[in-house]
Write a protein that binds this ligand. Structure first.
Ligand code: GL7
Length: 866
């Protein structure tokens, strides 16, 4: 990295060639006369595009020839962010492009800032998929991503009158130089219609058309793809309607197709039970499976060996209709018998669970699937029937065992009673008879009852008349591997979500702790820190081998190195401060601690608790004497994150942060001692600016609720401290960094059920917690009525009853915050530990995660061009 392109003649010549290429793109592809930043961005992007196409074609030809096993990552979301910087760096051409643009009178920074984020994802789950693609290509693993080419990505968040407003994200406005349209790759996808026996005739049909987004690996020739599907009408016009003069009906087909790929559902870890969403899921899954099968059949005569050449990794439950669709394709389209098809399906599919939030575990009404996909519903019923039949013996034995244990218990109790009774003999007989009564009949019902817990099709607990398909159960039954995304999460899914399945096949359940790509999240977003690391280690090999970061540890003891480390952090803070000023108008001091809380807004992530702690800090400062104020560690508290548009409480949390910011930042008495900032429209590009500048980052979800978190990894790698709970990947970050270096607080996951039970009588409120709530209620931050429901949600047992246990954790959170302040006052020690964070967390490279998936689940080997 940071290779000096101009330092040798060859590179200079390359830069000249690149400049000529950019010029050619501007002149001929764009036919542009001006060289404004947007034009220069487009021209540079198209020039990179051509290089990607070359690399892409060579890789795919090579893989076609070698025919290695592939993994197909099926995901409804890919949160890619910007591409230019990443592509140029991964191709190893950053120096050439920077030089070329300079020669053309532009500069890389201005040019790259023109690019809109590709925000085809909500948050962590979608961004993880993007990191995985980068790692798969970098490790030369034959693999593709498969998803949807949404025309509107994640909404843009703006702030108006102190509230969040949502604006559409039409990211394709200026064209998209990062994709290749493939009109030759089209598949039909049907919906609705009728079933005659097992013969399905859809009544609606669209065409899925492929777009390839090339994914260049780092320092390798491998360039893989993210294949996204767009929907087209199967014929542009309903000709009959057109001829009959009904023009509106005639274009209806086009409108219906457009609707499927129009918009990403903006929900993070919450269910969105809309038929259109199921339509989207089926649309991309069907096209992806058909595409894979078509390629497979170019080389093989029948599909019996499909699973030896392909693994489909289902990213959460969103693509789990794949279980039924693969069965349908094998049986109905390719004539396989259903047992053989089930064998292939369950060897080809694997499933990752990303959340334990009950509302996010998708359950589709039988009615909805039956209407949209009647054949699939029939297959799911069949799968379920066979599945339940196959485990009946196991369940009967389990029931019998439980009954025997109960009987023994009852008999023992009866004996006790009998012994106490006047006539021991009589009592014993009576007890024995009682225990026997009705046994036989009951047992049969008990087995049927017990089987319900294993059933893929289940009663809706809120509406007894409705049956639901539990998509997670379908995924578990239809897969050969199931994994969680952090050690604690993988345990919780075993004990709380799928215990019945674990009992049947424990070996199917695994852990694959998440990771992030060090290219985007350290090397490219923090070039200054990267240069320092490379200099210290004497090599940039850590960008591809993250374990090398551990060699930084001794440098933590070197005062000169610490000074330079601090200087980098200061520079990144200054960049963020300038951005804050730009966007919000607030001026913040770079001498303050930068305390960051960025992620989707959700009650379980507890931004509200952070807000309360800030209110307390504010009150404290207000009550201090000037002498006392001198001892305060000044902080800038930065929030960012989107609230789902229909998430009532989350939107109030955003409003609260904005209100607090306005009051505190305008309080002259407080000045630089405390500033609060809400940065609107948190996205990948914002994260690339924010994370390198962080000194403290907050990951304070209620223990047991955040499956993993991945920004915690990015912050740690950029030398930011973590204040957090024993949740998700925080725990493994603690193990790697040393728990003494994190600010850990709060209850443990295994305590939450009990505490939720007890919270009805909870009396142990911290006075600071109460005082902060009272201050909101008093109107100190404006609109007390507006915040009424929010306050009640954590303080009124009839209105929410603090489900996420803020009251339980507040005191220990405040203790942890006090430790933060104390340590920050010792800058040498703070910096030493900051270096330890970066040095200790190479484990969280997504290269490690993907290597584990490849070896332990996919059985896919690297296939690199010589
Ligand atoms: C998530 C989890 O909430 C998050 O903790 C995890 O890091 C991420 C990737 O595994 O997946 N699950 C989920 O539904 N969303 C997530 O971000 C939206």
């Amino acid at each position: 990295m940071n290779k000096q392109a101009t330092s040798n003649g060859a590179a200079a010549a390359d830069a000249a060639a690149v400049a000529a290429d950019i010029e050619a793109q501007r002149r001929y592809r764009l036919a542009a006369k001006s060289s404004d930043p947007q034009t220069m961005y487009q021209a540079a992007a198209w020039s990179v595009h051509n290089k990607l196409v070359d690399a892409f074609d060579k890789t795919q030809e090579y893989w076609k020839e070698k025919d290695p096993k592939h993994v197909y990552y099926l995901s409804a979301e890919f949160l890619m962010g910007r591409t230019l910087t990443n592509a140029v760096h991964n191709l190893g051409l950053e120096g050439e492009y920077a030089e070329a643009l300079k020669n053309l009178g532009a500069d890389m920074e201005t040019v790259r800032s023109q690019e809109l984020d590709a925000a085809l994802g909500n948050g962590g789950l979608g961004r993880l998929a993007a990191c995985f693609l980068d790692s798969m290509a970098t490790l030369d693993l034959p693999g593709w991503g498969y998803g949807i080419r949404y025309r509107y990505g994640m909404f843009k968040q703006a702030v108006k009158d102190g509230l969040q407003v949502e604006l559409p994200d039409y990211w394709l406005d200026a064209g998209n130089p990062w994709e290749i349209r493939r009109p030759e790759t089209q598949f039909k996808v049907g919906f609705y219609g009728s079933l005659d026996g097992d013969k399905w005739t859809p009544s609606e049909e669209v065409v899925a058309e492929a777009y390839d987004v090339p994914i260049p690996g780092y320092k390798t020739k491998t360039c893989s793809t993210l294949r996204l599907w767009d929907a087209l009408p199967s014929s542009e016009l309903d000709l009959a309607a057109f001829n009959a003069g009904d023009y509106v009906k005639a274009v209806e087909l086009k409108r219906k197709a457009d609707e499927i790929t129009a918009v990403l559902y903006p929900n993070d870890a919450t269910e969105e039970g809309k038929e259109l969403r199921l339509k989207q899921q089926f649309f991309f899954v069907s096209a992806s499976l058909q595409d894979t099968i078509a390629r497979y059949l170019e080389k093989h005569s029948d599909l019996s060996g499909l699973a030896e050449k392909a693994t489909f990794q289902m990213n959460d439950t969103h693509p789990t209709i794949a279980v039924a669709e693969l069965m349908r394709l094998l049986i109905d389209v390719h004539g396989m018998d259903s047992n053989a098809a089930w064998g292939v399906t369950t060897k080809a599919l694997a499933y990752t669970n990303h959340t334990v939030m009950p509302e996010a575990l998708e359950k589709w009404p039988v009615r909805v699937i039956g209407k949209l996909l009647p054949r699939h519903m029939q297959l799911i019923e069949q799968i379920n029937t066979q599945w339940l039949a196959s485990i009946k013996d196991h369940v009967s034995a389990k029931v019998a065992k439980e009954q025997a244990a109960k009987k023994a218990e009852a008999a023992a109790a009866a004996v006790k009673v009998a012994a106490a009774a006047a006539s021991a003999a009589e009592g014993k007989e009576a007890a024995a008879e009682e225990a026997k009564a009705g046994e036989e009949v009951e047992e049969v019902d008990l087995v049927a009852e017990a089987l319900k817990a294993y059933s893929i099709v289940q009663e809706n607990q809120w509406n007894k008349d409705e049956m639901l398909v539990n998509m997670a159960y379908l995924a578990v039954v239809g897969s050969f591997a199931v994994n969680g995304v952090a050690a604690i999460h993988s345990e919780i899914i075993k004990t709380d979500i799928f215990p019945h399945f674990v009992e049947l096949f424990p070996q199917r359940f695994q852990n694959k702790t998440n990771g992030v790509t060090l290219r985007r999240w350290l090397a490219y977003c923090n070039p200054e820190l990267s240069a320092l690391i490379t200099e210290a280690l004497g090599t940039d090999a850590w960008v591809k081998d993250a374990t090398l970061l551990a060699k930084l540890k001794p440098f933590a003891e070197n005062a000169e190195f610490r000074k330079r480390w601090r200087a980098v952090k200061q520079a990144k803070k200054a960049e963020l401060a300038a951005h804050i000023k730009d966007v919000t108008g607030y001026e913040v001091s770079t001498n303050s601690m930068f305390d960051i809380h960025v992620k989707r807004i959700h009650e379980y992530k507890r931004q509200f608790m952070n807000a309360l702690s800030i209110i307390h800090r504010y009150s404290e400062i207000k009550a201090m004497s000037p002498e006392e104020r001198k001892k305060v560690v000044p902080r800038v508290c930065v929030f960012g994150g989107k609230a789902a548009s229909a998430y009532y409480m989350a939107k109030k949390i955003v409003a609260l942060v904005l209100s607090i910011a306005e009051t505190i930042n305008n309080d002259k008495e407080v000045g630089d001692l405390l500033k609060v900032v809400f940065l609107p429209n948190y996205n990948v590009t914002e994260a690339e600016l924010i994370i390198p500048a962080a000194e403290l980052s907050q990951h304070i979800s209620t223990a047991g609720t955040e499956a993993s978190g991945t920004s915690n990894m990015k912050f740690a790698l950029n030398g930011s401290f973590i204040i957090g709970t024993l949740d998700g990947a925080n725990i493994e970050i603690g193990e790697n960094t040393g728990f003494e270096n994190l600010f850990i607080f709060g209850i443990k996951a295994e305590e939450i059920n009990r505490l939720r039970e007890e919270r009805k009588d909870f009396k142990d409120y911290d006075p600071r917690f109460i005082a902060a709530l009272d201050l909101i209620k008093s109107g100190a931050f404006g609109r007390p009525d507006y915040f009424d429901d929010l306050v009640a949600s954590i303080s009124d047992m009839n209105r929410g009853n603090d489900w996420f246990l803020l009251a339980n954790d507040f005191a220990s959170y405040m203790d942890a915050q006090a430790e933060v302040d104390a340590l920050y006052s010792d800058q040498e020690e703070w910096t030493r530990r900051s270096i330890i964070y970066t040095a200790s967390n190479g484990f969280f490279s997504s290269d490690r995660t993907i290597d584990q998936y490849a070896r332990e689940i996919w059985n896919v080997q690297p296939c690199a061009q010589p």
